[in-house]
Design a protein around this ligand. Sequence first.
Ligand SMILES: [Zn+2]
Length: 79
Amino acid sequence: MPADGVKTLDFPHRLIERQIMAVPKRKTSRARRDARRSTHAGSAPSVVECPYCHSPKIPHRVCPNCGMYKGRQVLEVEE
Ligand SMILES: [Zn+2]
């Protein structure tokens, strides 16, 4: 049994085993390549001010400084 990716090709007078890999049929155009990469850029995380301790925090996350979220003490904060 041939290994993964190896195919036995049946030619008229001989059997040959060849490594077969996927090969693109056409060159990727600059437009298509650049369109693909248009979603690759990252962005800095947004930061809001905690309404309880006024330290910067990530929106919709528990404040790492005071442990508050939506008016509740969610985390015990070590001094
Ligand atoms: Zn806070």
